[in-house]
Design a protein around this ligand. Sequence first.
Ligand code: GTP
Ligand code: SPV
Ligand code: MN
Length: 578
Amino acid sequence: MAITTVAEKWVDEVSALTNPADVVWCDGSKAEYDRLVGQMLGDGTLVPLNEKTYPSCYLHRSHPTDVARTEQLTFICSRNKEDAGPTNNWMDPAEAKGRVGGLFRGAMRGRTMYVIPYLMGPAGSSMSRVGVMVTDSAYATASMHIMTRVGAVALEHMRADDDFVPGLHSLGDLSPDRRFILHFPEEKLIWSVGSGYGGNALLGKKCHALRIASAQARQEGWLAEHMLILGVEDPTGKVTYLAAAMPSASGKTNLAMVISRLPGYRCWTVGDDIAWIHVDKQGQLRAVNPERGFFGVAPNTSAKTNPNGMAMVRSNTIFTNVAMTPEREPWWEGMERPAPAGTLDWQGKAWQPGSGPAAHPNSRFTVLASQCPSIAPNWEDPEGVPISGFIFGSRRAQVVPLVFEAFNWDHGVFLGSAMGTETTAAITGQVGVVRRDPMAMIPFCGYNMADYLQHWLGIGRRVKNPPKIFRVNWFRRGADGKFLWPGYSENVRVLKWILERIQGRGQATETAIGNVPTPSGLDLSGLDMPPDRLAEALRVGKEDWVAALDELGEFYKTFGDRLPRPIWQAHETTLKRL
Ligand code: GTP
Ligand code: SPV
Ligand code: MN
């Protein structure tokens, strides 16, 4: 395999710093993956699952203090603090390298250093980008095999010798006290130490494809978003592509592979977590999924909620932090069959019902996208898919209606910027606390969020027919404390209304915050939904919204003059109209 001198030189440098016992250049082959698995089965990093019922599936148990992204240890290291903005942790680049460089010194002693050239995006696409990750984790290396396109294909897509994002990763000693996830957007460089889990360690995902890529996208005039991509086929056979941003553990994987309840409608999965979106020559937005696999939330995945998800993890899947039954099958809460006696919890300890969750709430599966039964035939089209609508969804027990439509592009950017959400187990810290999360990008925007919103407004000016923008909330609760909307496969009813609105049809009432479906606007055929429950799910409460917008105003103020005028104006107009 040919390798550029710039990449070689960088690998030599980090090797001199980290001092590994040996260096392995990865080629992405099946033989290499099998070798990694064999070695991890040997040293206990992987536990074999039932070869009959879950062929080539393995369980990995991560360190108990290393089970989710750690945002408080994640930094944007731009030269100017203002370029990271008030929503990011910031460290001066030189100071960061001084402080964290010490943690890398000799960190790989006695370990193998894997060099992973990887491609984010389909082969042959001008939207795809290259990274070179160096890591001392065999688990991260095997996961990168599934999540990205590893090997010669990556090098072939470099547009110049230095056209790659270098990412240095070491497990270090796995101590949260010595854990840092650093991004240097000006150098397009990633340093991550002290974690072997998820977005902290699979550097192609959040570090590269969102934080570094969002900063790069702003310079180059495109968008890197925390969005699923799906195609919705209507009864005429036409497929309309939508991209939807939702915060971590808030429904992207589930919506991306939803099975329609409505006859004649069918959904096709293009991506479940990240979208790279470009304006093409005709002024149309086109999106690719930069990833090759899914790193999806296990709990509550069941034959009822996500049958496609259940089917795709029956082979060739790495499970992390799930429980294991005596038959050596993976198990998690919400799987719909009780855990048999003798089940081991996610730490491998004997588990008793009532003794807390058996699977970690952020336990996950890692699997090739091609194993998903609903994968779109064109999911790797180098041209991407045309995007006709955007959805912003969050987790709000109160206030936010099931679905509503923005008046226009700028208003949609405002609605995206106004998102708040209840935190989940995908991030270490308290769960269920409402926090601001514009466009589900608060943990992932590699630059000042105010500039990001300005960039979104600018994209709208460059697009011929800007896609319609919608807001959804599957998580509103009634007075009984239960979800008002059944969710999952029933969400296709909301997608149908969205399609109709895009086509200039669909029944809606104009409100202060946007166009809300009329009670008969949603197709509820075959669904037992009492009218008062539906009304509650769609209700726009005046006092609630005034309070929410006041809080939002305080958030906006933290950006000072940098917040784009149209966003403030939309905020003021909404308050007036309420
Ligand atoms: P990340 O991979 O962390 O970015 O998460 P995600 O946005 O892909 O979330 P995912 O689809 O994995 O869903 C996370 C949790 O939300 C799971 O427990 C789901 O069961 C639950 N969930 C997803 N969709 C719905 C829905 O329509 N209604 C309800 N009530 N829960 C849902
Ligand atoms: C998320 O937290 O949004 C994820 C999981 O998709 S992780 O890869 O750990 O970031
Ligand atoms: Mn995510």
